[in-house]
Design a protein around this ligand. Structure first.
Ligand code: BGC
Length: 759
């Protein structure tokens, strides 16, 4: 009988869990939780309510501090509901104990941290993760991060960053999924699923935070924190969709951005924070400001002081103040003076408490510190696998890669070959350099196992102009059969927040080192470690093999080595366009056509005719990227059949009603001699529409594993969601149009098929 009861109970429980999994926003609609919140709100003083609406940092890693550190007293008095940058079970539990045992209403604290691409087990930087085109593996990585963070007391991550970024100068392009809203939305949802798990209350689930709402990635000239001007249709079409995807996936919190968006600071922008996020999308979690972004309304020029800034941000829809010290000292007075209705404060407190209840913090406020001594072997394996999937092979002349190391001498040269700290990338959370296996360590081990030898020479530092190490490097190259060069950016200083660059070449004197090594005449493989597209024109002309490896995380060395030696085959694809010149930026594949479009032109001479001259072109650079969005080679060769469609005409009416769909397919064949994963992509273009539409838009993708000689029919479905857009009347509908579709290996390839979309 007891056994039966347990079985029944398990069945019921699993039913509950899967019901919640099927409904990722279930946590936001639990009547029992709402009545608990009602009861709490009745007991709370105004000061205690304000306390739930502020968060402070232990230390000041990313901005000016507030000068406050009286957190223990504030927590004991119920005047502080959340802290961030405090980690570790002992540290968080000590603070939590004060909240739970000493504060009048025993409301638990919520601890936050920027867990961006791993907690201790660092995965590749997010731009690299996006280059996997594999949302399922990104979800797994986010789950590992959530597991490690939650055991250390951190139940809230400031991730995912879902800002679309079309300008490689912007340092924070490294934190997102690149330039495309469709891929960006898929990645955004994957992170949320990974962090929040089947249910937010699971012991290893953490709340995600979709940031930076919104338009931060459109910073003018790629300079961080800079103004963004985004016409409303572009906002709807490109910048908002990844955020909406996170709401649909159940993201518990949002972060408002720093920049002025269309002259209204994003942290005081009622149109985005209230109209779109709350009213249109029905978001039930809470919005936290970015670091001091409420205080920054003062230099931005819309608030004379912190009290006005607090009122503007709060009334626009920012529930919680991060580090501005504006709500703490001023929100209660704003209520007393009638500027802010207390009912609005109650609503914001409700949203914060809703997330705390959903996380189960009231029942399980403490962390258990489990697994904090070391990275688990299976997590390291996953980190390696993700890194391998993220690398993008840009060039491989004469099949130089994979290398046959057997009995060979390989010169390993460059400042990124043996720098463990750099591998952790920007926002390394609690990653430790000692967990990193560098390329030097891994390559030496594997090459020696194959009776080969590695000659290592650093050559230069990332940023120096001293060429002291050049002769050693050149000497190593000369006495080796092959050279592997590990060059790139400084992850901390040149990528991530406040890491914008006006120049996109290899920093310091690495270009000179590259040229000196290539001049030896040895076959060279260039590995580019970077958080953004770099300008690689010289290398593209003179180096036979180039692979973009981003900042790969703790398993950098084994992952790169596996690809170099062919244990695995490259399968990553670019999610950002690589420019030929900085002057092309912003550069993105899904641009509109001009009235005077042109392909690549002869730049060695002036145009000969007016038809050549008066085109949309530069006189000194091609329009096209050096490497386009979606591009990446494998160790095999592929053929794509012509694109096939299930119908050559459809009706917009049926598509809008959801009763019509179009199937698009192609036969993809591995014609080479190695098994590979091919990332098959679906693009569309619509013409004859009420507004101009991009020359291509990604609307589907799939990673398919293909053995040598194998082929597969890869099929996609297009319906209302994929074909609608915000038209001239600002209606989000499918319009009659001429539709072109491509099943393609990247954003410029594939064979087009035509479909007429009639009334
Ligand atoms: C960044 C955010 C980050 C926050 C907290 C800010 O400077 O813009 O992305 O989450 O700091 O560390």
């Amino acid at each position: 009988m007891r056994f039966l009861r347990i079985v029944l109970c398990c069945v019921l429980l699993s039913g509950l869990v899967s019901a919640q999994a099927a409904n990722p926003t279930a946590w936001a609609n639990d009547p029992q939780v709402e009545s608990k919140i009602d009861a709490l709100l009745k007991q709370m003083t105004l000061d205690e309510k304000v306390g739930q609406l502020i968060t402070y940092s232990q230390g000041a890693p990313t901005g000016p501090g507030t000068g406050r550190s009286d957190y223990k007293e504030m927590v004991a008095q119920g005047k502080l509901g959340s802290l961030f940058n405090l980690t570790g079970a002992n540290q968080t539990n000590e603070m939590q104990k004060i909240a739970v045992e000493k504060s009048r209403l025993h409301i638990p604290l919520l601890f936050g941290l920027d867990v961006i691409h791993g907690f201790r087990t660092e995965f590749p930087v997010p731009l690299g993760m996006s280059a996997t085109w594999d949302p399922a593996i990104v979800e797994q990585a986010a789950h590992v991060a959530a597991k490690e963070a939650s055991h250390a007391g951190v139940r809230w991550t400031y991730s995912p960053m879902v800002d679309i970024a079309r300008d490689a100068r912007w340092g924070r392009i490294v934190e997102g999924a690149g330039e495309d809203p469709y891929l960006g939305s898929a990645m955004a949802a994957a992170y949320v699923r990974g962090y929040q798990g089947k249910q937010l209350g699971g012991p290893e689930s953490i709340a995600s935070c979709s940031k930076h709402f919104v338009g931060y990635g459109a910073a003018e000239a790629g300079r961080d924190y800079n103004t963004a001007e985004i016409p409303v249709r572009l906002l709807r079409q490109v910048y908002l969709p990844p955020f909406q995807a996170t709401v649909d996936a159940g993201s518990a919190t949002f972060m408002s951005a720093f920049e002025s968006l269309n002259e209204v600071p994003a942290s005081a922008n009622a149109m985005t924070l209230t109209q779109v996020l709350r009213k249109e999308w029905g978001f039930k979690g809470f919005v936290v400001s970015d670091w001091n972004s409420i205080g920054e309304l003062i230099p931005q020029g819309v608030a004379a002081n912190h009290a006005v800034a607090a009122a503007k941000a709060f009334l626009a829809g920012v529930d919680m103040d991060m580090e501005s010290n504006a709500y703490g000292p001023h929100l209660a007075d704003l209520v007393k003076s009638g500027v802010v209705p207390e009912a609005a404060v109650d609503e914001s407190v409700r949203r914060v408490l809703r997330v705390k209840f959903a996380l189960g913090l009231f029942d399980h406020p403490y962390a258990d510190g489990k697994g904090s001594d070391a990275i688990a072997a299976e997590d390291a394996d996953l980190a390696r696998k993700v890194a391998e999937e993220s690398f993008v092979l840009l060039k491989n002349d004469g099949g130089l890669l994979p290398l046959n190391a057997s009995g060979k001498t390989i010169a390993l040269i460059g400042p990124l070959a043996d720098d463990a700290g750099q591998m952790l990338g920007s926002w390394g959370a609690k990653g430790e350099a000692k967990d990193v296996v560098t390329l030097r360590a891994a390559l030496t081990k594997q090459v020696e196992a194959a009776q080969g030898h590695v000659n290592y020479a650093k050559g230069t530092d990332i940023l120096t102009m001293s060429d002291k190490g050049f002769s050693d490097a050149v000497g190593s190259a000369r006495k080796s059969d092959i050279v592997v060069l590990a060059l790139g950016e400084d992850a901390q200083w040149m990528t991530g927040e406040a890491g914008s660059r006006a120049n996109l070449g290899l920093p310091g004197n690495q270009q000179q080192l590259l040229e000196a090594v290539v001049a030896t005449g040895k076959p060279v493989v260039l590995l580019v470690f970077s958080g953004r597209p770099l300008v690689l024109n010289w290398a593209a002309q003179h180096v036979p093999a180039i692979m973009e490896v981003w900042f790969p995380g703790v398993q950098a060395g084994p992952a790169v080595t596996n690809l170099l030696l062919g244990t695995s085959s490259p399968s990553g694809r670019l999610t950002v366009s690589f420019p030929r010149s900085v002057g092309q930026e912003p550069l993105y594949y899904n641009h509109f056509n001009t009235g005077r479009p042109t392909g690549d032109t002869d730049l060695t001479r002036p145009p000969r005719t007016n038809a050549e001259k008066f085109m949309s072109r530069y006189v000194d650079e091609q329009n096209s990227p050096l490497y386009p969005f979606g591009f990446g080679l494998t160790y095999s060769t592929m053929t794509y059949s012509p694109t096939a469609v299930s119908a050559t005409s459809l009706s917009a009416k049926d598509l809008n009603a959801g009763t019509a769909k179009l199937t698009v397919s192609a036969e993809v064949k591995n014609t080479g001699s190695r098994a590979v994963d091919e990332v098959v992509q679906l693009y569309i273009r619509q013409t004859g529409t009420s507004i101009v539409r991009p020359v291509r838009e990604l609307k589907g993708f799939r990673r398919v594993g293909l053995a040598p000689g194998a082929s597969q029919k890869v099929e996609f479905t297009l319906g209302r969601d994929e074909l609608k857009f915000w038209n001239l009347d600002m209606k989000d509908v499918v319009e009659p149009a001429q539709l072109t579709v491509w099943v393609a290996p990247d954003s410029i390839g594939g064979q087009p098929a035509q479909v007429a979309i009639g009334q």
